[in-house]
Design a protein around this ligand. Structure first.
Ligand SMILES: *[C@@H]1O[C@H](CO)[C@@H](O)[C@H](O)[C@H]1NC(C)=O
Ligand SMILES: [Zn+2]
Length: 338
């Protein structure tokens, strides 16, 4: 019994080195695929070299695999933003305070939004930008990716459905979605996405979906992504731990806590997919209108390459306690589910 439990958790860990697990990210991607224009889909398929009907779903967790490699280690901080607020009494995002000098999900959205549009970059680099955007727009909607407390909940020990785990973050990323859907294959993600799409079109989210993308502006990605992060971060106070951390450790999180947070998890996955589609539609439209390129566009693109995204980072400041802890921990699986 103990062995089985360990195996289950071990496997889940491999699945979820970070962020919504494989299931969550693939579902976000399928929702997005449903809402991209056909011209946007063709453009994205061309960049990825994949004309299948799972072109975004297949690459949605690439960034999580990449960050576990030696070459990709640098990208680990881009999966989250450590809001140094005080849940449950006060939740908020302050980009300058929270992003950190090595970057965060918000600077990453800005960097890859700029790179995917940059015609000076190779197709490989623009495909990389698309893979990162597909992933990070998902990560941002997971509330614990927008919270510094206990390293985004990675150090909060809880019990879920009979299993003790040291990781509230993983409960949100993986265990709750998988418990709900029953698997983590692409076909499970596709099934889940169909339910969410119907809720967006004519169900629970029909009247709120407009607000999810209201004001989204590819010309101001830092402001836009900060709004996305603040929206999810507010849920840390209202849904993830409304009575503080201690209340989560008093008993099994299944079924009461599970039932209380599942609607939020579903909404956040739906939201991420809907936002991603809108973002890609706008990016594609902008890249088409670039056919009337000006000299100024040329100069801006060259300057952007030299800066390599650094222009999006907040001004450097001394490391806070929370940022020092992040730095100390490294990013190995088993203790880190960013
Ligand atoms: C922007 O993206 C490039 C390519 O992945 C990366 O080398 C660079 O470090 C990124 N910049 C920031 C500030 O994240
Ligand atoms: Zn991630």
């Amino acid at each position: 019994m103990t062995l089985i439990k360990t195996l289950v958790l071990g496997l889940a860990c491999a699945n979820t080195a970070s962020a919504w697990g494989v299931l969550g990210h693939a579902t976000v991607a399928y929702v997005a695929q449903n809402y991209v224009d056909s011209a946007t889909a063709t453009w994205a398929q061309g960049l990825l070299g994949d004309t299948s009907d799972s072109f975004l779903a297949k690459i949605a967790s690439w960034a999580d695999t990449y960050r576990t490699t030696t070459a990709g280690k640098w990208s680990a901080p881009l999966h989250f933003i450590d809001a140094e607020d005080s849940p449950p009494t006060s939740c908020n995002i302050d980009y300058d305070r929270d992003c950190g000098s090595t970057g965060c999900s918000i600077s990453a959205v800005a960097n890859y939004t700029s790179r995917i549009k940059n015609s000076k970059l190779s197709k490989t680099d623009r495909a990389e930008a698309l893979k990162f955007l597909t992933h990070f727009i998902g990560d941002i909607t997971q509330p614990l990716h927008d919270e510094a407390l206990e390293r985004g909940g990675n150090d909060i020990t809880v019990t879920f459905d009979g299993y003790s785990t040291d990781n509230l973050h993983a409960i949100w990323d993986t265990y709750i979605p998988q418990k709900d859907v029953g698997g983590s294959a692409l076909t499970d993600a596709q099934t889940w996405s169909r339910e969410l799409i119907s809720a967006i079109d004519s169900g629970t989210y029909a009247s709120t979906k407009k607000s999810w993308i209201s004001g989204d502006d590819i010309a101001d990605p830092v402001t836009t992504a900060t709004r996305w992060a603040a929206d999810a971060n507010a849920l840390v106070c209202s849904v993830v731990m409304p009575k503080g951390v201690g209340a989560l450790q008093k008993g099994d999180l299944y079924p009461d806590y599970y039932n209380s947070v599942l609607p939020t998890i579903e909404m956040q996955i739906a939201k991420a997919g809907y936002r991603l589609a809108n973002w890609l539609n706008k990016l594609h439209a902008a890249s088409v209108s670039k056919s009337k390129r000006t000299e100024r566009d040329e100069v801006e693109e060259r300057v952007a390459l030299e800066l390599d995204g650094r222009e999006f980072l907040p001004a450097p400041r001394p490391l806070s306690h929370a940022k020092k802890i992040r730095e100390l921990h490294g990013y190995d699986c088993g203790h880190d589910h960013h």
